[in-house]
Design a protein around this ligand. Structure first.
Ligand SMILES: CC(C)(COP(=O)(O)OP(=O)(O)OC[C@H]1O[C@@H](n2cnc3c(N)ncnc32)[C@H](O)[C@@H]1OP(=O)(O)O)[C@@H](O)C(=O)NCCC(=O)NCCS
Length: 148
């Protein structure tokens, strides 16, 4: 299995859009992916197998009172490619980039019901620090974070 993680580019967005629409009930529009890519091109990665995009991760770095925080905005792996360590590798690449940028804490939001994603985050050292009431239209979110 020859999978590489690399920086995303504009021509990847149409495939990312399809993956996103297959996975989420409330998919992000392509314009948002394009905006995030142009804002932080080094914090948007794709997982690729034989030139096929099979997953992606997007982050942003936020500065608050001089401290840098890494925010994991989105991570997804195509259904057929799950449970092969790809989500893990995507998260690792993003955190590596956060570290290069001197980020000291990585955080994210996840649906309360999304135990699979929570498992991924817990396995990678994230802890739940807050319940975000109706963070999603129909459900609470959990805020999870990890010191890098
Ligand atoms: C969450 C997601 C990105 C994980 O991707 P993945 O490539 O399948 O994950 P990995 O194979 O790297 O698994 C890493 C860990 O995640 C957890 N995990 C992954 N799939 C799981 C499953 N079906 N059941 C329970 N835990 C699971 C496990 O802790 C796993 O470690 P292990 O293999 O040692 O048990 C993927 O399931 C996905 O795209 N889900 C839909 C989108 C989503 O929910 N994104 C998160 C939004 S906050």
């Amino acid at each position: 299995m020859d999978i590489i993680i690399k920086k995303a580019n504009l021509k990847d967005i149409s495939t990312i859009k399809k993956i996103e629409e297959n996975i989420y009930p409330d998919p992000w529009p392509p314009i948002l992916f394009k905006f995030l890519l142009s804002r932080s091109p080094d914090l948007f990665f794709v997982a690729v197998h034989n030139e096929e995009i099979i997953g992606y991760i997007i982050g942003e770095v936020i500065s608050k009172k001089g401290i840098l925080f890494g925010h994991v905005l989105n991570i997804a792996v195509k259904v057929d490619w799950r449970k092969k360590g790809i989500g893990q590798n995507l998260l690792y690449e993003l955190e590596k980039k956060f570290l290069e940028k001197k980020v000291t804490l990585s955080y994210l939001e996840v649906r309360e019901s999304n135990l699979i994603a929570q498992n991924l985050y817990i396995k990678n050292g994230y802890k739940t620090v807050d319940v975000l009431e109706l963070y999603y239209k129909d459900e609470n979110g959990l805020r999870m974070e990890k010191n890098l």
